[in-house]
Design a protein around this ligand. Sequence first.
Ligand code: NAD
Length: 247
Amino acid sequence: MSTSLKGKTAVVTGAAQGIGKAIARALAEAGAKVVISDINGEGAKSAAAEIGHGAKGVACDVTDVEQVNTMLEDAAEDGAIDILVNNASIVPFIAWDDVDLAHWRQIVDTNLTSVFIASRKATDMMRAAGRKGTVLNIGSNAFYAGTPNMSAYVAAKGGVVGFTRALATELGKDGIRVNAVMPGLTESDGVKASPHNEAFGFVEMLQAMPGKGQPEDIAKVVAFLVSDDAGWMTGQCVNVDAGMVRL
Ligand SMILES: NC(=O)c1ccc[n+]([C@@H]2O[C@H](COP(=O)([O-])OP(=O)(O)OC[C@H]3O[C@@H](n4cnc5c(N)ncnc54)[C@H](O)[C@@H]3O)[C@@H](O)[C@H]2O)c1
């Protein structure tokens, strides 16, 4: 069995770099027509050019309802998209003593409310077009681990878990599947440029298997979950973290 996404249209948010870019590549290589959306429009366009397979790069801030609605309408050339991957995120490193309301709101807006905004529009379009699409949210195993220096982020990712389960329940009757992938520490562009990069040694001790998680490790699981091969899976939050968290 090899995953095929031929004939499907997919949107991946926050896909100019890191895990999102690897997801966009995996979906495009599986045959999907992919829209790479990111607040960094130039980065999205160069990621699309690098990936090829007809991928398109567009500028879009996931916290802005109008930008998201327009981006999804433009992506849906025939009424709806088939696959929405809510990946865009700010991954902060900030001690509890420095967390204020402005930070909390920024992180919840970018990492949780954005998931609602894009899912609202995409699933409305899917149902109007009679399309059995799928929504895939990127969570984090930090939700289970209660990782330090990211309290607002951990809370937002917990919201993503709850939302994934609730939306799956409500949309199952329409044949729309909603799942999440929960990465462990992954060597993305964002992590490499942040203090999280220092945590690999510690995290490796907690993993069942040694090694540093790579964006491609996450992307392969996403490609499976959004494919028809996972047609009997919905409402699931799948950990991809070398067995660090065992549920
Ligand atoms: N890397 C890890 O260790 C790790 C672990 C667990 C979960 N995750 C999750 O994986 C996903 C990708 O993380 P990453 O490490 O690749 O991140 P990254 O920082 O490398 O990339 C994030 C992307 O999101 C974009 N973005 C940020 N704010 C945006 C906005 N308002 N609108 C649109 N795009 C925006 C950025 O421009 C960037 O291209 C995130 O959901 C993150 O929470 C990552």
